[in-house]
Design a protein around this ligand. Structure first.
Ligand code: CP
Length: 313
């Protein structure tokens, strides 16, 4: 049984929780290869997808995962809602829950929004990305994709390169990969690294060539200009020159490394198109695996939720 009825972040998960997600995702991946890709696992479960911040992959992936599990879903987007009229988060969510919603998938610009919500409502909450804090299902699908490609994660050298300071993906990946026994190194301009980062048991390498030579997998992150209200480096051109992952740099290595990116990609900035679309890229496998991993998360959380309801009865 999963250790919580919410998925608020990776930080408080156990290694066993993560392994349960992977095993369940293996099963759902097999289901998704069948001619009929739907199972009745979440029939009569109602899930609200509350997106207070933009999303393409995560929103579609959750919605598809829910449909494949036969859940009833409703989609809320802040841009077309009464939050624009001044309604609070709690009021919005309580109004939605009054319509008998069992689980909430939420993306929000404020770090901690999902933790806050979990203290005020009874439904299971899944964090679909909260500001610069965590993006747990992205980390789970990233780790699942590495496991699928390399057979295991323990002992592998995983590089995270890019805008670490503003990245919820980086933080969730660090927690997840460390719990699974990987060696994690970060590469970024010093201005794009949080001050506390070394306390998480990761190494730092400022030279991109050395960092790439060290790793088995490079997870390349986007420069999040929309979260940068001061200038952290002189120009995007200079960033690409010093930290960009390009074919010239990969061709100098004496081995092939796996290339990942959570999306959306800024082509020509953190990664060039020939690398993003190249033979060692598993970027679209990450997207594909996202559906099975999110099915697994929803299924496991619902088991805990149903167990709670049954024990109350
Ligand atoms: N990787 C990711 O979270 O993408 P979206 O912002 O499109 O959901």
């Amino acid at each position: 049984m999963f250790s919580s009825k919410h998925l608020l972040g990776i930080k408080n998960l156990t290694k066993e929780d993560i392994q349960q997600v992977f095993e369940q995702a293996d099963h759902f991946k097999e289901v998704l290869r069948r001619p009929i890709k739907k199972v009745p696992s979440l029939r009569d479960v109602t899930i609200a997808n509350l997106f207070f911040e933009n999303s393409t992959r995560t929103r579609i992936s959750f919605e598809l995962a829910e449909k494949r599990l036969s859940a009833d879903t409703l989609n809320f987007s802040a841009s077309s809602s009464s939050t624009k009229k001044g309604e609070t988060l709690i009021d919005t969510v309580n109004n939605i829950l009054a319509m008998k919603v069992d689980m909430v998938v939420m993306r929000h610009a404020s770090p901690g929004a999902c933790v806050f919500l979990s203290k005020h409502i009874n439904a299971s909450i899944v964090n679909a990305g909260d500001g610069t804090h965590e993006h747990p299902t992205q980390a789970l699908l990233d780790a699942y994709s590495i496991r699928e490609k390399l057979g295991s994660i323990e002992g592998k050298n995983i590089l995270i390169v890019g805008d670490i300071l503003h990245s919820r993906v980086a933080l969730s990946n660090i927690f997840c990969l460390k719990k699974l026994g990987a060696n994690v190194k970060l590469c970024s301009p010093p201005t794009l690294l949080p001050k506390y980062i070394s306390s998480l048991g990761v190494e730092i390498e400022y030279n991109i060539e050395k960092a790439l030579a060290w790793c088995d997998v490079a997870n390349v992150l986007r420069i999040q200009l929309e979260r940068q209200n001061v200038q952290y480096f002189p120009s995007l051109r200079e960033y690409a020159l010093y930290y960009g992952v390009n074919k010239e740099r990969l061709d100098k290595l004496d081995k092939k490394i796996v290339i990942m990116h959570p999306g959306p990609i800024n082509r020509g900035v953190e990664i060039t198109s020939d690398v993003a679309d190249g033979e060692h890229s598993i970027i679209l496998d990450q997207v594909e695996n996202g559906v099975a991993v999110r099915m697994a998360v929803l299924y496991l959380l619902n088991q805990v939720r149903v167990g709670e309801v049954t024990s109350v009865i």
